[in-house]
Design a protein around this ligand. Sequence first.
Ligand code: AMP
Ligand code: MG
Length: 523
Amino acid sequence: MTDLALPWDNTFTAELPADPIEGPSLRQVTAAAFSRVAPTGVAAPEMIAWAPEVAKLLGISTQQMETPEMLEALAGNRELPGMETFAMNYGGHQFGNWAGQLGDGRAIALGELLTPDGSHQMLQLKGAGPTPYSRRADGRAVLRSSVREYLCSEAMHFLGVATTRALSLVRTGDDVVRDMFYDGNSAPEPGAIVCRVAPSFIRFGTFELPASRGDHDTLRALADYTIRHHFADLPDASAPTVETYLAWFDRICQTTAQLMIDWMRVGFVHGVMNTDNLSVHGVTIDYGPYGWLEDFDPGWTPNTTDAHMKRYQYGNQPGIAQWNLVRLANAIYPLIEDVAPLQATLDRFADAFTDGNRQAWGQKLGFSDASTDDDELFESLGQLLMAAETDMPIFYRRLSQVDLGSLGETIPAPLLDAYYQPDQVTPDLAGKVLGWLRQWAQRVDGSPDVELMDSVNPKYVLRNYIAQIVIDAATEGDYSVLAEVHNVLRDPYGEQPGNERWAERRPEWARSRPGCSMLSCSS
Ligand code: AMP
Ligand code: MG
C-alpha cells in the first residue's frame, strides 16, 4: 500500500481559539475562529480531475494521488493521519449590507500541509456537507459550479493572476437539489467536491466578525496569527505593534490593487465581491457566478442575483475593492486607533491601482511607459469597443497582428473576427477604428512591442460558453473535454496552433443560454 503519511502542520487550529462545541449543529459561534466539524460522507466518489502542478506544489506524489484512500480523503469519506477538519468562522458585507456571521457553510478544511518549498498550504473541501455555518442550506456543491471553480482557479494561475488553487475535482455520486434561477423550479443535479488550496482562507470578513461584536481579543488573536504566519517579513511580525498592523494593512491594499489590475487586464468579473469573498492574501477566492468579458461592456455582470443593482459589474470592481478595504480598515481600527494612517494607506491603494492599471493597459497596447497623456488613447479605444459589439480578448490579442505600416480604408483583417454583428461594421465605424489605429501607431512610432502585447493579452480564457461545454460533457460522464480545456488553459498566452476552437468568440447559441451569459448564486 502507498504510504499516505504527509507532513500536516495545523497551525490555524493549534494557535487560534476554537468553538468548544463540535459537530454541525447550527449556531452563533462567539470568541472562536473556527468550529471542529467532519465532512459528511458521500455515496460513490469518482475522481474526475486532479491537477498535477498542485499536487507537486503540495509534495503529494502521483502514486499517492492515485490511491483509493486519497480519493476517499478528497471526497470527505476518510480522514488521513494528521488531518484536522474544521469550518472557519467569519462575517461579511453582502451587496453592501452587513450580514453578520456567515462562516464556511459548505467548506471544510482538512488542515495545512508543510510543502516542499517550506510554505504552509491549507487544503479545503468545498461541498463536503453541513457545518455550524450552513444556515438553511445543505453544505453541498453541484457539479457545474465545481467544474467552474476547478478550471477557473487553474486558468487564473496560468494567466498570472493571483488565486486559490484546485487540487482535485471529485464527483460524489449523490444528487443535490438546486433551484438554479430561484424561480420555483428545483431539480436534482449531480454533486461534486473541489479540494481548494491556499496559504490560508482568511478573508476580510474574518476580522469584521469579531470587530462587529466588540470582541477585540479574538480580533487581535486573528490578526497576530495572520501576520505571524503569512506576513512574517513585516517588522515585529512575531509581536505586532501598531506599525506592524499598518504595514500589514498596506500590504493587503497593495496586493488587492494588483489583483484588480490583473482582473481588469484579462477581463475577469468576479460577480460576488462581498467582503467574505476577498482574501487577505490578495488572491482570487470563491469562484461563484463569475464570468469573462466577451463583448466589451464595463457595465456587464454575469450574476443574475445582482442584475438589478449591478454592484459587481466589471467596471466597478476596483471601486468595490476599495469599499471592501474600508470595511477591513474599520474592522482592524481597534488595533490601531488612529484614522489618519489608515486613510493614507487607502489613498495609496487608489494610487497603486490607478498607476498600475495605466501601465497594464499601456502594455496591452505594446508600450511600457504609459503616462496620464495616454489616458485619452485608452478611453477612446474603450468607446470604440462599445460602439459595436466587440470581443475584448480577440480584439486585444489581434492588435499585435495589425500591420500599422499599411493601414487602408477598412478595418484590418485580423480584427474582423472580434465583431459579433457584421452589420455593425459600418464605414463610419471603420473610419473611427482606423483613426484610432493611426493615433496608436503614432504613440508607438509604428512598432508596438508585440512580444509584450502577447504576454499580457491572453488568447485563451475560460469563456463562459466554454465552461458550459465542459459542464455539459462532464454531466454525461465525458471528462475528456474537461482535460482538453484544462490543458489549453495552461498556456493562455501561447498561440497553440490547432486549438483555435477554444479561442473563438461566443457562438450565437450561448448568447442567452443560462450558464453562458448569466449565472445565479445557486451552486
Ligand atoms: P458565497 O457568497 O457563495 O461565498 O456564500 C456566502 C455564504 O453562504 C457562505 O457563508 C457560504 O458558506 C454559504 N453557502 C453558500 N452555499 C451554501 C450551501 N450550499 N450550503 C451551506 N452554506 C452555503
Ligand atoms: Mg464565499
